[in-house]
Design a protein around this ligand. Structure first.
Ligand code: DQA
Length: 147
């Protein structure tokens, strides 16, 4: 059974209460539950991790090497400047899908650059919280096709 790690960056623990007009009403718990439910249907396992701390995210990515087959990551604000997270992702073998709930290219200019995109297999942005479900679907398909 394939193992998929989902990483959520800073402030995503406040989804549902934080800037609802941009990020929607779903809480992080709702999003994670939705993916875990889908994982049962897809016959994969999904583990979700959220942290507000860059180093903790780097540690989690490093620890995922050899244990997880694919990763879904919304690095939130770290997306735009964390070379440490991008470098950690470079050490991970397996598909990496970058997710952003909002369309980062329609927002402030400092959100237009993602250092994660250079490392990710692909990405989904601007489709709201359903982006996570779409990312999971894509990852499962990629893993099946690579078998
Ligand atoms: C975000 C976009 C980032 O610019 C922002 O800092 C976030 C969330 C998104 O999912 O749209 O926290 O990654």
């Amino acid at each position: 059974m394939a193992n998929i790690l989902v990483i959520h960056g800073p402030n995503l623990n406040l989804l549902g209460e934080r800037e609802q007009s941009i990020y929607g009403k779903q809480s992080l718990e709702d999003i994670n539950r939705g993916m875990v439910d889908k994982a049962v249907e897809y016959q994969v396992t999904v583990e979700c991790f959220q942290s507000n701390h860059e180093g903790d995210i780097v540690d989690r990515i490093q620890a995922a090497r050899g244990k997880f087959d694919a990763m879904i990551i919304n690095a939130a604000a770290f997306t735009h400047y964390s070379i440490a997270i991008a470098d950690a992702l470079r050490s991970f073998k397996g598909p990496i899908v970058e997710v952003h709930i909002s369309n980062i290219y329609q927002r402030e200019e400092y959100r237009h650059n993602s250092v994660i995109s250079a490392v990710a297999t692909g990405g989904i942005f601007g489709l709201g919280t359903q982006g996570y479900q779409l990312a999971l679907q894509a990852v499962v398909k990629m893993l099946k096709e690579s078998q």
